[in-house]
Design a protein around this ligand. Structure first.
Ligand SMILES: [Zn+2]
Length: 426
């Protein structure tokens, strides 16, 4: 039994407290205190349901030098995540039930965050032959995606949506038109021209989202079950507008945005530092503002990290050759708590929803609210400020675009079904 005393509660329903939360048998037993062996003083902190990340690259199998299940899932619980969806673009890609099962079993034995693998939509993520969705789901896959690749063949995406619809599996897309994106390493525009760097235009994303929404419309018309399309790492104002219109028209589409697109812009590329190289690229301030609007009005359903670890040696190559990706599992919540809630007054209730019930809805999971009887997968967050120090990361990627930023809202206690999986109480 664990008692968290005098703590404020925040979930998608709102804020309450302070209350005394008694935890035992893997559940919240009482919000009115009680006897417990372990007592945690929650004064000044707030308690939220455990976070769910819809989009993390854990690199296992094949690139364990960048990250593995242990380092990645430890980084997750340190970031307050109790559940995480791993992307299938590993080496080889996760495109068989055996591969999904192996990941799930290994992750379970680690006893950290719960792993929910995404499986490839097509064999080897080549965009040609669909994978066996039903068998992948039986093995534990919760999402189908060729993330990292861009689903060039609209017919294959349509067939994938039709195949996944009766299973209730969402199909997630990395929405960039490969032809328009070309070899861009940053946002296309005056700044890219000034810096002499190849640009990746906002239209590459918008054009692909527009196409994918038409594909979804087709699948919806042809399927007795509801096909579900999820747009990954949405980064542009125009892309957001398209999703907003589609939602208003009743299309079954959901979307996520990342911590980096919400807090950084293309201006960061003036340093020529590959730390800021990511796909889709960091955009202009107008795009960033549009995303914040989208978080508020429900166009965006979730904040997902797109945690993409690489070795430091790779990220220290020149900007043209360095790989795309930013690691963020351990800083995502404090970053947005500080930059959105503290500095801009973004409602804390909605922010927590974007880390919990929002992503849960994308996967078709029930909401998780802090009530008696609720499963005790929880995170305790401490508003006290401290600077980002990548040297202390559990992730193998010990670098960050936010190094030195002073943030509050750090996870100091993470519980999965009542079991402590991360503790950094003072
Ligand atoms: Zn992607």
């Amino acid at each position: 039994m664990i008692l968290i005393r005098n703590v404020r509660l925040v979930d998608a329903m709102g804020e309450r407290g302070p209350l005394d939360v008694l935890i035992g048998e893997g559940r919240i037993l009482s919000l009115e205190g009680g006897e417990a062996k372990q007592v945690v003083d929650g004064t000044g902190c707030f308690l939220a349901p455990g976070f769910l990340d819809l989009h993390a690259h854990l690199r296992e199998p094949g690139e364990e030098v960048k990250e593995d299940l242990f380092s990645g899932l430890l980084a997750a619980v340190r970031g307050g995540y109790t559940d995480l969806v791993s992307m299938p673009n590993t080496k080889p890609p996760v495109d068989t039930p055996e591969a999904v099962r192996a990941l799930k079993e290994k992750a379970k034995a680690l006893g950290l965050a719960r792993l929910h693998p995404a499986a490839a939509l097509t064999e080897k993520q080549e965009g040609k032959t669909l994978t066996p969705a039903g068998l992948l789901q039986e093995a534990g896959a919760v999402l189908l995606t060729d993330d990292g690749r861009t689903n060039e063949d609209a017919g294959v995406l349509a067939a994938g949506l039709l195949m996944a619809a009766p299973l209730g599996l969402p199909v997630a897309v990395h929405a960039e038109d490969a032809g328009l994106r070309r070899n861009g390493v940053m946002n296309d525009g005056p700044l890219a021209d000034l810096l002499g760097l190849p640009g990746n235009p906002t239209e590459a994303e918008a054009a692909r989202i527009a196409r994918d929404l038409e594909v979804l419309r087709y699948a919806l018309r042809r399927s007795p079950a509801t096909p579900r399309l999820h747009v990954q790492h949405l980064s542009t104002k125009r892309g957001l507008e398209l999703v907003r219109e589609a939602k208003r028209a009743g299309l079954p589409v959901t979307a996520e945005a990342t911590p980096h697109h919400l807090t950084l812009t293309e201006e960061a590329l003036r340093t020529f530092d590959p730390l800021f190289k990511v796909a889709p690229p960091l955009r202009g301030e107008e795009d960033r503002e549009a995303l914040l609007e989208g978080l508020l009005d429900g166009t965006l359903d979730a904040i997902a990290t797109d945690h993409a670890p690489h070795t430091l040696a790779e990220k220290e190559m020149d900007l043209l050759r360095a790989p795309f990706g930013i690691p963020s599992l351990e800083v995502a919540f404090p970053l947005l708590y500080t930059e959105l809630h503290l500095k801009r007054g973004f409602p804390l209730r909605r922010l927590v929803e974007l880390f919990t019930d929002g992503p849960r809805r994308v996967l078709g999971l029930p909401p998780l609210h802090l009530e008696e009887g609720t499963e005790a997968s929880l995170v305790l967050l401490d508003p006290k400020e401290r600077p980002v120090d990548p040297q202390g990361f559990a992730s193998k990627a010990r670098f960050s675009p936010w190094t030195g930023w002073r943030l509050g809202g750090w996870p100091v206690l993470t519980l999965v079904e009542g079991r402590i999986v991360h503790e950094a109480l003072e």
